[in-house]
Design a protein around this ligand. Structure first.
Ligand SMILES: [Zn+2]
Length: 462
């Protein structure tokens, strides 16, 4: 494919998307009409149906929903009570998949929860309630997800878990406990301010806390929303651009992941105008149930594992800032090619690297061996105490959006996907689950996924 052909398409994509705030307007409509789109809720299913309708309005060839069954969870009431050395009630929320029940136990605080601190407190954790901050560990070589910090505490015998936000503001931070199943022990979140007040009570004696909750869980149905532009000459070679449209029940989820969905919709709009000129098939997918454990993308991969998916690009918190990062998910041999492609696109300011991420919707695609990558953007204002910013809180609101960066990322994604859809040969090779599992093991991720009660790619039944 000639670079003149691409240049002409780039100009049209730019003309269609640049001087617009359609992405931000879409998120406003989406959040206003469908709320938090919590996994398994009626709101979520309606939001999925709406996305397919919108895909058709944007000019794709076909759109449909694909439903699946999974574990569902409903928030009810939760309380946190200090029973010693003082008698006091603290505001808290349950993390999704927190079971109903009551525990009373001494408190063990693990700070930012690096593995050494877990090891040092191992004997004391048995029968205790563990409290850990959302902050990235200051003295560890990598970040640690909530799932790992929780899993390490439960493995050590903790009977309850408190997820304390690592940054002030008086708000707790949500995030599911366990992937697609209830947690073994009650799991709640509190603000930094409440956490610090609890810890100060240690001056008066040993701290004992009581957690009570009556959340409900039952099987539910969710749906992935798909829009497709059929390829002209190589329709069986499929490129996927996806991201999750569900959010956390306590949050408008405007950035995480309203922005990613807006980038998908804007890219779909621009690419649908070029549909006669695209060789490969492009599928735009809004995944359900990501926040509850990547359940929508897992169901999709299981249903489509025999297709020829030549690349999957995941957008989780794309459109969110001027600093973009594209991460291949185990295809480091293609980084030189990708870098050259981005130079040709005049997008060489985007950081490019390779690392398998296990916490968003690209994961099951890479785990089964489909070439995949993720793209997100941000602004470097985060101090590390709350790595998600306002994500997963009450305040992931519309006012956090930057309409301009949504459009810029949609332009980037449309230009990139247009090239993948028209280049003579896509260089990424299909891999096996065993090859991806080996890469995860090399990075020490088998231990982490074990703490999280997750199977390695070569142990999964796809
Ligand atoms: Zn997300």
């Amino acid at each position: 494919m000639s670079t003149e052909f691409w240049k002409e398409m780039d100009d049209q994509i730019l003309a269609d998307l640049y001087a617009s705030r359609a992405g931000a307007d879409f998120i406003e409509e989406f959040v206003t009409d469908y709320g938090s789109r919590f996994g398994g809720s009626e709101e979520e299913r309606k939001a999925g149906a709406f996305l397919t309708k919108r895909f058709l309005e944007l000019g794709v060839d076909k759109a449909w929903t694909e439903s699946f069954h999974c574990h569902g969870w409903t928030r009810k009431e939760t309380s946190l009570h200090m029973t010693a050395p003082l008698n006091k009630e603290f505001a808290c929320i349950a993390l999704p998949n927190c079971p109903a029940g009551e525990v009373e136990a001494p408190l063990i605080y693990l700070g930012d929860g690096d593995p050494q601190t877990y090891a040092d407190n191992r004997d004391r954790l048995k029968g205790a309630i563990a409290m850990v901050s959302t902050a990235n560990p200051a003295f560890y070589y990598r970040g640690m997800h909530r799932g790992e910090k929780l899993g390490r505490a439960v493995e050590a015998g903790a009977v309850g878990f408190i997820w304390m936000r690592g940054e002030g503001g008086g708000i707790p931070e949500t995030g599911s406990a366990r992937f697609g199943q209830n947690c073994e022990v009650p799991v709640i979140s509190i603000s930094l301010e409440n956490g610090m007040e609890i810890l100060r009570a240690a001056k008066h004696g040993k701290i004992s806390l009581k957690i009570w909750s009556n959340n409900a869980s039952a099987p539910t149905t969710s749906l992935n929303a798909v829009g497709e532009i059929k390829g002209k000459t190589k329709p069986d070679e499929i490129i996927i651009v996806g991201g999750h449209y569900d959010g956390h029940d306590i949050s408008p989820a405007a950035v995480d992941n309203g922005t990613g969905i807006a980038v998908i919709m804007e890219a779909a709009k621009a690419l649908a105008r070029q549909k006669g000129r695209l060789d490969r098939t492009i599928r735009f997918i809004g995944f359900a149930e990501e926040e509850m454990g990547l359940l929508g993308s897992e169901a999709y991969v299981k249903a489509h594992k025999d297709e020829n998916i030549v690349f999957m690009l995941n957008l989780d918190c794309a459109g969110n800032g001027y600093f973009g990062k594209m991460t291949l998910q185990g295809w480091s041999e293609d980084l030189v090619w990708l870098k050259q492609l981005f130079e040709q696109m005049h997008e060489s300011h985007i950081k490019i690297g390779d690392a398998i991420g296990t916490y968003s919707d690209m994961y099951h695609f890479s785990a089964v061996g489909f070439p995949s990558g993720s793209y997100a953007s941000s602004n470097p204002t985060n101090n590390g105490g709350a790595p998600r910013g306002y994500g997963h809180t009450y305040y992931d609101t519309l006012d956090k959006l930057n309409p301009r960066t949504i459009q810029l990322d949609a332009i980037l994604v449309a230009k990139f996907i247009m090239r993948l859809a028209t280049i003579d040969q896509v260089p990424f090779c299909r891999k096996t689950p065993a090859e991806i599992a080996q890469k995860l093991r090399q990075r020490g991720m088998e231990e982490v996924m074990g703490y999280e009660l997750r199977k390695m790619p070569d142990e999964m039944k796809y």
